[in-house]
Design a protein around this ligand. Structure first.
Ligand SMILES: [Zn+2]
Ligand SMILES: [Zn+2]
Length: 347
């Protein structure tokens, strides 16, 4: 089969490799769509502690089951499916209390195991048993289904924020994740959704998502705009959907009393510190939440929301590429020319 193999940072090779076969308990998926995630770009540039090259990466996967190993129940050849990335151990404290996204001993597709930038992939036995293959409706296109994974992470992030009717929400970072946050916040009843980004290009793309106020902090004061838009109260919810310490500091400056903040994006490892007035959190009763990955019930919710077009996944896909052009796709995603790039390995 054809696969894109991550060999070392900045080196991805499209090669002919042996087509994997199913062992007992395993399932083989013919990959139809695999979207490019911010993490894939990071792995391509710097490598990753959970990826031992040479490895096939890619984890936002939709496809068709085309081989089922012995002893697999409930899944059949021909099923249209998506893949849940992280295979939890099922035994650690976080698995047992229902937060498998924080499993201390997880293995992930596209990291520890070969992923979706290939024509086929195997779901290992542990993953099959843990429910890491999820069936999708017949009428949901594979490209759109591949966005269930990022939306599930957005759902996880917002699960802490209690966004409801008439809330005001500011999203810092106008990338695909930021735009998904905007769509979901509106679906939850937020009446004012604002978005800020220092890239005029990104803001331009975000225009298609019906954002109430786009802000470019390089051209106008974020604090001032938020004050104007909220009658001086500050914004109820701030979601930092980019990896910028400055953006995290800004979030604390514009949040309202009893506001909620999500640090959705991590910061660069070599500079993860920020500076802020901690009394803001104390006197205003502000909550600051983290968010990491997602778990199967959130995939189910994301799937249902995408299938019902409450979030229109097709609007996020700005380009598709065959496997041969994966480097070009990664570079395009990195330059933020558009939102989601999807690889179609059979094109
Ligand atoms: Zn992802
Ligand atoms: Zn665990």
């Amino acid at each position: 089969m054809k696969a894109a193999v991550f060999v070392e940072p900045r080196r991805m090779e499209v090669r002919e490799v042996e087509t994997p076969r199913c062992g007992p308990g395993e399932v083989r998926i013919k990959v139809m769509s695999c979207a490019i995630c911010g993490t894939d770009i990071r792995i391509y540039n710097y490598g990753h502690h959970n990826v031992k090259p040479p490895q096939i990466i890619g984890h936002e996967i939709a496809g068709v089951i085309d081989e089922v190993g012995p002893n697999v129940k409930g899944l059949r050849e021909g099923d249209r499916v998506i893949v849940v990335t992280s295979i939890p151990c099922g035994r650690c404290a976080f698995c047992q209390k229902g937060s498998p996204n924080l499993c201390t001993d997880f293995k992930a597709i596209g990291y520890h195991y070969p992923g979706g930038f290939a024509q086929y992939m195997i779901m290992p036995e542990d993953g099959v048993r843990a429910g890491n293959i999820m069936k999708i409706p017949d009428n949901l296109p594979f490209n759109e289904a591949s966005l269930v994974e990022p939306l599930s992470c957005v759902i996880n992030g917002q699960s802490y924020l209690n966004i409801g009717l008439a809330d005001s929400v500011l999203i810092i970072g106008a990338g695909p994740i930021g735009c998904m946050h905007a769509e979901l916040a509106r679906a939850k009843g937020a009446t004012k959704v604002m978005m800020s980004d220092v890239s005029a290009e990104r803001l331009n793309i975000a225009r298609g998502f019906g954002i109430d106020r786009l802000i470019n902090p390089a051209q106008e004061s974020l604090e001032q705009v938020v004050a104007e838009e909220t009658d001086g109260a500050g914004v109820n919810v701030v979601i930092v959907a980019c990896s910028s310490g400055k953006a995290q500091e800004d979030a604390l400056k514009v949040v309202a009393t009893q506001g909620r903040i999500s640090f959705f994006g991590g910061l660069p490892k070599d500079n993860p510190y920020i500076n802020f007035n901690s009394n803001i959190i104390h006197y205003k009763e502000v909550s600051v939440h983290g968010a990491f990955a997602s778990y199967p019930s959130q995939y189910k919710q994301a799937l249902s929301i995408i299938a019902a077009k409450r979030v229109d996944a097709s609007k996020f896909i700005t380009a598709t590429f065959p496997l041969d052009r994966i480097v070009e796709a990664l570079e395009t995603a990195q330059k933020a020319e558009g939102l989601k790039m999807v690889i179609n390995p059979w094109q």
